[in-house]
Design a protein around this ligand. Sequence first.
Ligand SMILES: Cc1ncc(COP(=O)(O)O)c(C=O)c1O
Length: 440
Amino acid sequence: MNEFETLSERQRKHVLYTWTAQGSARPVGIQTGQGAEFTDHEGKVWLDFESQVFNCNAGHGQTRITDAMVAQAEQLACAHPAAVFERKAALGEALARVTPEGIDKFFLCLSGAEAVENAYKIARMVTGRHKVIARRRSYHGASMGALALTGDWRRMAIEPGVGGVIRMEDPYCYRCPYGLSKGKCGTRCATDLERILELEGPDTIAAVFLEGVTGANGGFVPPDDYWPIIRDICDRHGILLVSDEVFTGFGRTGEWFAVDHWSVRPDIITMAKGLTSGYAPLGAVGITQDIADHFESNTLWCGLTSYAHPVSCAAALATIEVYEDDRLIEHAAALDSVLKEELQALLAHHSVVGDVRSIGLLGAMELVTDKTSNTPLVPYGKSAPEGSALSTFPAELKKRGLHILVRGHMLIVAPPLCITEAQLRDGMRRIGDALAAAFN
Ligand SMILES: Cc1ncc(COP(=O)(O)O)c(C=O)c1O
């Protein structure tokens, strides 16, 4: 056993892996990192096309962030949830500046799931209504409430979870749930919300929860009129619109938040991941002044011991400064056309690639049996059968030093925003080489 294997064994004895049977866990070797790359225990350098778990938007080795964390920890590392300190106040101001106009106040928790969980509670408290709507192929986090909102297969393990979650279809144009063709569909996946409300009783619905752009379930970039239609329907029925930007926030799509692409202001916005670029745990719920006003005289029944943790606040503030100083959001927007061009080339050259889509530095690719039937290489929610070409694909990617998520028949591209154009093209070439090796 080499050093990494010995350490993995030691760790596995007492520490659980997430989302896997423990016997099938695949440990990740990471010792250090710089920019879009990280180095493992053997000194092998990897290109990080998953930004760890879609969180390391500012890239690895950002000393401006770690210095701020150290400075805060040395000054004050442990503080009461109601404590007042400079970086907490400054983070509130920074978030008010970068979030969509009208989002003014923030609840500072520890993760994306917690942000969603608290947004869920806030929506129910403010409206006095009990049901919520969420999409089928969505992910909102692993806690009980967030997983009940989640539409994808991961919710099944905890069902029946929290009651009162109604489903709506996704803007999944490649496999339109209504069997309609793109551009001629009247954006039925959005307008259908009106019919769902009619059947459910609009005054029982507190909120509609949507990912800004569906992330890990397949990068479904909605038609341009999608968000405005949903906003209009919610307004007409007094329903709160929640944009879950845990995945898409902080530049992933080439704007600070995905909803910025369509100039829509949600009532509530959830964020985590890129908020600290993964340097410290932090989630946040942003709310409008109207919602904040409700809690001036009504108790906010939300809280946690590590609320607005000082070191996490310092990390978030420094991370936002890195995005601004290095113009990383603009950089992600500029690389949008490069990623599109590279994805299109893979679509053209590989018969196994059925569809590609992207926005900013979030890309997705679907692998199919053939381009006529577009049958997914593996059924929804299932993993590749042992010995199949698909089962060899992740190993081919790894051989080429590419850290990237392959889930079922989907591949998700989401590198740190500081990636250079040359690194992005190099990573896409590695995907092409791995496709050729696994499927030809
Ligand atoms: C859209 C979305 N919401 C919520 C979450 C949950 O975030 P966390 O893993 O920080 O709890 C995720 C995580 O992937 C996510 O992609």
